[in-house]
Design a binder for this molecule. Structure first.
Ligand code: SAH
Length: 409
């Protein structure tokens, strides 16, 4: 699939390769990075490698003729490249972006200029519940006053009755973060609901939600299989977002504790437990590392730990505390095999063994690859000697520094 924007966008490095070849490249990368720990399973491919992205982000720009467009930042710059269509984005979202540009022209709304810090329209963020069909539009503005707001929204809803909620988000800062702190719900509930693995989830504007819903069900299925739950276990769901993994696993465990840094996501998670009638789960709003240190200091018990950190990976304090808690198993879900390798190295150094590595293609046409790893505690055993252990503390800081903006998981 050739994409006319591939070069400038930089999002789909593999868009010029047939899908089967993309998969081979990803398998090779996982083998090279993680093959020293265990033999990786064949990658779980996507049935649908196009138009899978349930979250679509457009930056507003203006061309020389004064027409409003949406696009993306050119790689490593703040130039906005207009994007009329995208091969991996949900098509309903693409159609809404197009209408937003037409209406912005019709209502003569000003587009935000980053250098001059003038204008109103900054970004549009659209989320589609792939199972429920609910759609949320978050319109990011530089200030709360939007001329002709009611008519604009009326017109938009006429053209797109499929939109179920519209939120204005106010972001007046000079920042690479898309969303500001303030949300004003203009229409609907202010969030959408979607379904994964038969459970229902509420998703607020700033909460993390896996961007490929179809593949997420397969990923979570694998993670829960690796956890080998019998109904008796105490489980930790670390970096839990809106509680999806814990809630999907809850019926198979005795009790689950989720920990997550983003307050809105925790609020969603608590609601999601209620929404699904789940009583054996609780959520804590905290840094996962700090939470685990406290768990270890209080000599709490855990049998299984799910961990699904952001791209920058986990931290030595988190891994050290997991080790002190002595769970039977850790299921590590990662969207970055580099930081995964670094973190697995620390586990192995502490006497853990990597039993399974399952790559999952969550991001077709891009170079990114998700992995689900099963680690088991090997009591009183030294690390496997064939694994080269050269994990240095600098690695943590180097990778963290390189991280910027918002990632997809
Ligand atoms: N498991 C969830 C979320 C995974 S994304 C899912 O599958 O949807 C990673 C999550 O980690 C995000 O929700 C992010 O807000 C959260 N996070 C980032 N840094 C964190 C930290 N230091 N402590 C706890 N949570 C953190």
């Amino acid at each position: 699939m050739d994409c006319p924007y591939a070069k400038k966008c930089g999002g789909c490095d593999y868009s010029n390769l047939p899908y089967e070849e993309q998969l081979k490249k990803k398998e090779r990368r996982i083998r090279e990075l993680l093959g020293g720990f265990a033999k990786p399973e064949p990658i779980i491919k996507a049935e649908n490698p196009e138009h899978y992205r349930n979250k679509v982000h457009g930056i507003f720009g203006k061309d020389k003729k004064g027409n409003v467009f949406t696009g993306i930042y050119e790689e490593r710059s703040h130039n906005i490249v207009p994007v009329k269509e995208c091969a991996i984005e949900d098509e309903k979202a693409t159609a809404i972006l197009k209408t937003l540009c037409e209406l912005a022209g019709q209502f003569k709304l000003w587009v935000y200029d980053e250098d001059k810090r003038t204008g109103l329209l900054r970004h549009a963020l659209i989320r589609v519940g792939r199972k429920t069909g609910e759609i949320m539009l978050v319109l990011v503005l530089s200030g709360p006053v939007m001329p002709s707001k009611n008519n604009f929204i009326k017109e938009l809803r006429l053209k797109h009755p499929e939109i179920t909620t519209i939120v204005l988000n106010i972001n007046n800062k000079r920042t690479s973060m898309v969303l500001g702190d303030r949300n004003i719900v203009e229409y609907g509930k202010g969030y959408i609901e979607d379904e994964l693995c038969g459970q229902r989830f509420r998703i607020s504007p700033s909460s993390f939600y896996q961007i490929n819903s179809e593949q997420t069900e397969l990923l979570y299925g694998k993670a829960i299989e690796y956890a080998q739950l019998t109904g008796k276990e105490r489980v930790i769901d670390a970096y839990c977002g809106i509680g999806t993994i814990g809630i999907c696993a809850a019926s198979k465990a005795a009790e689950i504790s989720g920990v997550e840094l983003n307050r809105d996501a925790v609020r969603d998670a608590i609601n999601n437990a209620k929404l699904n009638g789940i009583r054996n789960i609780r959520f804590v709003n905290d840094d996962a590392g700090r939470y685990m240190v406290r768990m270890a200091e209080n000599k709490e018990k855990a049998d299984v730990v799910f961990m699904d950190p952001p791209r920058s990976g986990s931290t030595p304090e988190f891994i050290d505390s997991v080790n002190r808690l002595k769970p039977e198993r850790v299921v590590y879900i990662s969207c970055d095999p580099e930081t995964l390798k670094r973190d697995l190295g620390l586990f192995v150094k502490k006497g853990w063994k990597v039993q399974k590595i399952q790559p999952v293609d969550m991001f077709p046409n891009t170079k990114h690859v998700e992995s689900c790893v099963l680690l088991e505690r090997v009591s009183n055993r030294k690390a496997d000697s064939y694994v080269k252990l050269n994990v240095k503390m600098e690695d943590y800081y180097r990778i963290k520094d390189a991280e910027g903006g918002e990632a997809d998981g």
